[in-house]
Design a protein around this ligand. Structure first.
Ligand SMILES: [Fe+2]
Length: 183
């Protein structure tokens, strides 16, 4: 998802150095989850409303941790951690920011994060088809996602998919290699 964030930032017109910074900052978006009890993080069923309230604080905790450093990469990571669950229409959290009140960095990572989750195959689910993902991005434009960024993401989908296959190939190599390790 770091590479997707970078590609989308570049498509949105960011300077190359800032794209590099976002690629480094993006994987830290869920840092605050270290402050969430394991019983909630790993709960197999649905969270109840009280548990959701606690879960949502991972944005604030992440921001608190990351903003302690004044290094530009951590400042950007703190901004992303705080804003990556905000939604364009104001229905997100923790602040319910509307539209461009959420920093663009966080709006970019929100898209990359959702794409990553939908396109990834998990033990409990198949990955979504590209058509389903495009439909989700289109439906979410203007509600969940920044409409301009959602359109750009669809425009650069061939590049995004090629980044994804590079990662899958790398994962396959690691798996093949690990099978040669002594038990
Ligand atoms: Fe999150």
């Amino acid at each position: 998802m770091a590479a997707y964030s970078r590609a989308l930032a570049r498509a949105a017109g960011w300077e190359p150095e800032r794209c590099d910074l976002l690629e480094m900052a993006a994987p830290m978006h869920d840092t605050g989850k270290i402050g969430i009890p394991a019983a909630i993080l790993k709960k197999p069923g649905k969270l109840d409303p009280g548990e959701w309230d606690i879960m949502r604080t991972h944005t604030l905790i992440g921001h608190q941790i990351l903003s302690r450093s004044h290094a530009p990469v951590f400042q950007l990571a703190a901004e992303v951690a705080l804003g990556h669950h905000e939604r364009w229409d104001g229905s997100g959290y923790p602040q319910g920011l509307i539209g461009s009140e959420t920093p663009e960095s966080a709006r970019i990572v929100a898209l990359a994060d959702v794409f990553d989750a939908l396109s990834m195959k998990r033990a409990y689910k198949e990955s979504w088809s590209i058509e389903q993902i495009v439909a989700n991005l289109t439906d979410g434009a203007g509600h969940h996602f920044d409409p301009r960024l959602a359109r750009l993401f669809i425009d650069i989908l061939p590049e995004i998919l090629s980044l994804r296959s590079q990662w899958e190939a790398r994962d396959g190599d690691v798996l093949a290699w690990s099978q040669h390790l002594p038990a």
